[in-house]
Ligand binder design. Structure first.
Ligand code: ADP
Ligand code: MG
Length: 628
């Protein structure tokens, strides 16, 4: 008896829609693919026009080679390409495209119009396609080159359309794609028009620095150090900013290989190593790295959007980038930036010592051995740095770890260490402020929950969690006010299962998360990869935190302002990072906590409105004991 098969071959359009999902995730992916094609066409002038973040319209016009009329339908056919012929060509890719997938994928999920004319033809030809179906095809007038118009992206994939973000978010992503292509091809003139307004007009230039300057401004451009090296078949052209321009996230590091923007952990690592010791360990250098190699030595066919490549010899790339940048940094005589407090006299001899040590750090890969460190640990450390044992970061102990050395060298005067700034011992010669009547003299911990202390006025009882949470919140708020939170790159990204809605949330709030020191991206169809995490949360497990955070983001009341969201999230971070009720604290930790108490002195409630401190005055006590 014949049975109906449960397994069926999917209809072609469904197959295409599935495939399109890999290449076309959002309007910016369409822009990327169309820009790639325009660059491949040999154009010298490319214009991108978008409306409503690309949701309504994306139009890319080039003056390149054009597509012959009889080939227009071929161009939108899956796996049809003019760029490779056989599998051997896969290892000699000179073009941006080669998969023959983009136009087919886009035309499966949008309304597309192509107008194109080759140099040989007298007139242009136009086709209109909707969900793969050619709706019209006729001759028309247009100059040589190609215009591809994409309207109503995902009109036939409602689930995807629903998850597109606000026009401004989508425009942000498009801007990023535009920037990447325009940086890779300075000799091509580019234009970006957003809702009828020209936002970028970039003339062709043989000078990469000039193009960088257009995007990032003359100030950064003039600060760049230039590295050019051609060794062992690796041509490197790099623009790196001095450590003074460091950023809180690595998002200012761009890598291009053979004209393609890629993410590459080997290059990223080399850049980080080159900057090591020159800036705070948690900061990131600004670096634009352009690499040219023989296409045979890379595999670009490892990712549908070609954002990753595989190197034949990744160690060679790593060592070329690292040694070239190191050399540049050494020649540039980068003096580490000091941020001493005005009242701290800087001893020139010590400063010299520090410079020498930094130079040494640069020269050697191996960590400095303790014996080579200056006898006092190299610090400008005020005596108070010894007292802040709780953070585990400071103190004058000698360390063989360059990161710790850095901290020892620079932390004591860094205003981001509030204990030192506020709770530290007075500098010699500075007036000693009188003890506040509320300042606890010493404290004991009770029930691993409360700190009880004597003050001049009586007794205070502190809720250790509430106080610490409050202090953290204040510190985080201060830092956010002046920039982003310090972020720490995870050695291996943490992946977390997520729904489409959660992935969309991550994307929608990418900028906000970046401000908080979190970098997370989609990972496959059902996960999120967390790449960076706030340094302050280093003791916290990433997945549960991110899940909580997503819950909060998903449940924001309509119309919540970014500011409110940030403070809500800071509140959550402070709560998670703070010591808990039930944690046993060491004497040093108790002392550190009390030292920072004045930070929240003015209001003694935790962010949730709970009090942090109860006060019992001597008068209260006397009254209770009927001493009056
Ligand atoms: P791929 O770029 O991988 O070849 P696409 O689907 O992006 O695949 O494009 C299919 C083909 O259409 C290209 O190989 C090219 O021949 C042609 N084509 C697409 N866009 C342009 C353009 N702007 N100018 C000239 N030819 C184009
Ligand atoms: Mg293409």
């Amino acid at each position: 008896m014949s049975q109906e098969s449960k397994i069926k071959v999917l209809p072609p359009l469904v197959v295409r829609k599935i495939a399109a999902g890999e290449v076309v995730e959002r309007p910016a992916s369409v822009v990327k693919e169309l820009l790639d094609n325009a660059v491949d066409s040999g154009a010298t002038h490319i214009t991108v026009e978008i409306k409503s973040g690309g949701k309504e319209l994306i139009r890319v016009t080039d003056n390149g080679c054009g597509i012959a009329a009889h080939e227009l339908t071929l161009a939108i056919t899956p796996h049809a390409t003019s760029k490779i012929v056989d599998d051997n060509d896969l290892f000699a890719i000179q073009s941006m495209g080669f998969r023959g997938e983009a136009l087919a994928s886009i035309s499966a999920v949008a309304r597309m119009k192509i107008v194109s004319r080759t140099a040989e033809d007298d007139e242009a030809h136009e086709i209109q396609v909707e969900a793969e179906e050619v709706k019209s095809s006729h001759a028309t007038g247009a100059p040589p080159g190609t215009t591809i118009e994409v309207r109503d992206l995902f009109f036939n994939v409602p689930a995807r359309r629903a998850f597109l973000r606000t026009p401004s978010t989508e425009t942000g992503h498009i801007n990023e794609q535009f920037t990447r292509t325009a940086l890779a091809y300075p000799s091509v003139a580019f234009e970006l028009i957003n809702n009828g307004r020209t936002t970028h007009q970039l003339p062709a230039s043989e000078n990469r620095l000039e193009r960088l300057s257009r995007f990032y401004g003359p100030e950064l451009a003039s600060a760049f150090m230039h590295t050019e090296r051609n060794e062992r078949d690796v041509y490197l052209d790099a623009y790196t900013a001095p450590p003074t321009h460091s950023r809180a996230t690595p998002s200012w590091q761009y890598t291009f290989v053979n004209g393609r923007f890629i993410r590459d952990r080997f290059v990223q690592h080399a850049v980080r190593e080159a900057y090591r010791g020159l800036m705070e360990p948690k900061r990131h250098g600004v670096a634009f790295i352009f690499i040219q190699v023989d296409p045979k030595t890379i595999d670009v066919n490892v990712h549908p959007t070609k954002i990753e490549i595989r190197w034949q010899d990744s160690r060679l790339i790593h060592s070329q980038v690292l040694s070239a940048l190191r050399e540049t940094f050494q020649q540039a005589d980068l003096t580490p930036t000091f941020r001493p407090q005005p009242q701290t006299p800087v001893d020139p001899a010590q400063q010299q010592q520090v410079r020498e040590q930094m130079a040494q750090l640069l020269k050697q890969t191996a960590p400095i051995v303790p014996g080579q460190s200056p006898p006092n640990g190299g610090g400008f450390g005020s005596p108070s740095s010894d007292r802040f044992g709780a953070s585990g970061q400071m103190g004058s102990h000698q360390s063989s770890n360059p990161v710790e050395q850095w901290e020892a060298l620079y932390r004591p005067n860094d205003s981001q260490q509030p204990t030192n700034e506020y709770g530290g011992s007075p500098q010699p010669g500075m007036p000693v402020s009188p003890l506040s009547p509320d300042q606890p003299h010493r404290a004991i911990q009770l029930h691993n929950m409360y700190l009880v202390s004597e003050t001049e006025e009586g007794i205070i009882i502190i809720d250790q969690h509430a106080l610490h949470e409050r202090i953290m919140y204040e510190q985080l708020r201060d830092r956010i006010a002046t920039g982003s939170l310090e972020s720490q790159r995870l050695l291996l990204p943490e992946t977390i299962q997520a729904t489409e809605a959660q992935m969309a949330l991550i994307e929608e709030h990418a900028q906000l998360l970046e401000k908080l020191g979190i970098e997370a991206t989609r990972f496959g169809d059902d996960s999120i990869a967390v790449h960076s995490f706030p340094a302050i949360l280093k003791t916290i497990e990433v997945p549960p935190f991110i899940t909580d955070l997503l819950d909060r983001l998903a449940n924001l009341p309509a119309g919540t302002t970014t500011e409110v969201v940030i403070h809500d999230l800071l509140d959550m971070m402070a709560c998670k990072a703070a010591v808990k009720a039930g944690d046993t604290l060491t004497d040093v930790e108790i002392e550190a906590l009390l030292e920072q108490r004045h930070l929240v002195e003015k209001s003694s409630s935790c962010p949730h409105g709970r009090p942090t401190t109860l006060r019992l005055s001597k008068a209260d006590l006397n009254k209770q004991f009927k001493r009056t």
